[in-house]
Design a protein around this ligand. Structure first.
Ligand code: NAD
Length: 477
């Protein structure tokens, strides 16, 4: 088994150590597995200078050459899948097979955006004779990006793919808690021949880094994935300097189970999906509104499957769900479950933290939560499912839309009419019917309301990384 990597910053095509480091913890046993470097302002200045040089080269690199380097990187990630997945499981805790799937997903983001690099079409606008209006897209410049800990590789992959495909340079601050995923991306780009300075990777104190980089004149776009609270702070800072921001923030995904759906299949599918990444996914299905006529069989099927989920070390092949990624998530889930219990909700599976080392918390099912239960309002971001009966689909839609979030939403129905109505009326950036998959590389992903703005992936994914320039050209003066 390879060792956990020697973590370094990657600036101007070179690896860099720092005087100060922070420990990286394995959430399965709370042991220290590595030391993540903490960037100083000198390191950040070096990253800014490198990104400026990188942008000057990369913006003049043809889209086909950019695509070639990005595709080569994706193929290196695929070749190194086991080594990378090993490090992801060590630092994040997710089962090894889920870590492998994450590497594949990250590679898919790169491959899709590599293709999009060659399709950033402009247009010619009809005009009077002798003049031509041409709309042209240009890379926006240096991007300052911030990626979270829940998907150590695929989260930074989304941002790096968009920026590099569009012709931008990027300084990315990846997660200090799960740093190896992004380190492997930087290694792969280095080996694929990316010019120095196009991609720069830093770690450190998140607030210090964002407050230093965002105001800097050279930074032209802020791209963040994380909590709504931090997103609001960074959006405010970006606005102060009149900079665009791409914000992928929290959700609290509703699932509407209609009376014509198969309640057992929907219940089992939902319990299995809830376990993915121990529920630490911004699109994780969480608020279940189930039509009263099929409530009982749905709940029974969900609870039976939830009780059978095996939690344990991500390297144990029998494990369905690993630990959550940090102690904050355990405490957050514990608090929400205790609140729900104290208000009279029924806790039908899980609900107790196991003894011993590691940030483990079982898949927990809370049913019939009264209005006012904190979990119905605060995104649990962990293995907690909230299941309530509703009298009608109208009531379910109203409750689904009641929160300030709107990222992913789901429906189970066999009626095309009901599916259409759900898709039309639910306030979310992504609505999925009879599937709990909310985003793939080829579809645009992002939120409405306080879940953020902008889209990653799909044909829309590169728009934010580019500016629109109109060129008016009179042929003769
Ligand atoms: P948090 O709000 O402290 O941090 C969220 C993320 O933002 C982390 O990656 C952190 O490093 C980064 N961050 C924090 N302050 C920052 C700053 N000033 N500048 C730049 N980056 C900053 O919370 P947390 O405990 O790490 O995560 C909990 C919450 O975050 C969850 O409840 C969930 O809502 C949200 N979250 C969302 C996603 C997502 O995919 N949308 C991913 C991870 C976390």
């Amino acid at each position: 088994m390879s060792n956990y990597p020697d973590l370094q910053l990657y600036i101007g095509g070179a690896w860099r150590k720092t005087a100060q480091t922070l420990p990286v913890i394995n959430p399965a046993d709370e042991s220290v597995i590595g030391a993540v470097p903490v960037a100083s302002t000198r390191d950040l200045d070096a990253a800014l200078e490198a990104a400026e040089r990188g942008f000057a080269i990369w913006r003049r690199t043809s889209p086909s050459r950019r695509a070639e380097i990005i595709r080569k990187t994706a193929s290196l990630l695929r070749e190194r899948i086991d080594e990378i997945a090993l490090d992801i499981t060590r630092e994040h805790g997710k089962p090894f097979q889920q870590a492998r799937l994450e590497v594949i997903r990250g590679a898919e983001f790169f491959e899709w955006d590599a293709g999009e690099a060659q399709r950033t079409y402009g247009r010619v606008i009809p005009s009077e004779p002798g003049i031509r209006y041409v709309v042209h897209h240009q890379p926006i410049g240096t991007v300052a990006a911030f990626s979270p800990w829940n998907f150590p590789l695929s989260q930074p992959a989304r941002k790096i793919a968009g920026a590099l495909a569009a012709g931008c340079s990027i300084i990315i601050k990846a997660s200090e808690e799960t740093p190896a995923g992004c380190l492997h991306i930087a290694r792969a780009f280095h080996d694929a021949g990316l010019p120095a300075g196009v991609l720069n990777l830093v770690f450190g104190v998140p607030a210090q880094i964002s407050e230093y980089l965002i105001p800097h004149e050279q930074v032209r776009l802020i791209a963040f994935t994380g909590s709504t609270a931090v997103g609001k702070r960074l959006t405010g800072l970006a606005a102060q300097y009149v900079k665009p921001a791409l914000m992928e923030l929290g959700g609290h995904a509703p699932v509407i189970v209609c009376d014509d759906a198969d309640p057992v299949k929907a219940g089992v599918t939902s319990a299995i999906r809830k376990v993915r990444n121990a529920g630490q996914v911004c699109t994780s299905p969480t608020r279940f509104f189930v039509h009263k006529d099929i409530y009982r069989p749905f709940l029974d099927a969900f609870v039976e499957r939830a009780r059978a989920i095996r939690i344990g070390d991500g390297f144990d092949a029998a494990t369905d769900m690993g630990p959550v990624a940090n102690h904050r998530r355990v405490e957050a889930i514990e608090t929400l479950v205790e609140d729900a219990r104290s208000r009279g909700a029924r806790i039908l599976a899980g609900g107790e933290r196991p003894a011993g080392k590691g940030y483990f918390y079982p898949l927990t099912v809370a049913a019939e939560l009264p209005d006012g239960a904190r979990a119905l309002e605060v995104e649990p971001f962990g293995p907690l499912a909230l299941i309530n009966p509703v009298d009608s689909i109208d009531e379910a839609i109203e409750r689904a839309n009641a929160l300030p979030f709107g990222l992913a939403a789901y429906g189970f129905t066999h009626s095309a009419h009901t599916a259409h109505m759900l898709a039309e009326r639910i306030e979310a950036g992504n609505v999925s019917i009879n599937t709990l998959e909310a985003s793939v590389a080829e579809t645009p992903f992002g939120g409405v309301k306080e879940s953020g703005y902008g889209r990653e992936g799909g044909a829309e994914g590169l728009h934010h990384y580019m500016t629109v320039k109109n060129i008016s050209h009179r042929m003769v003066l």
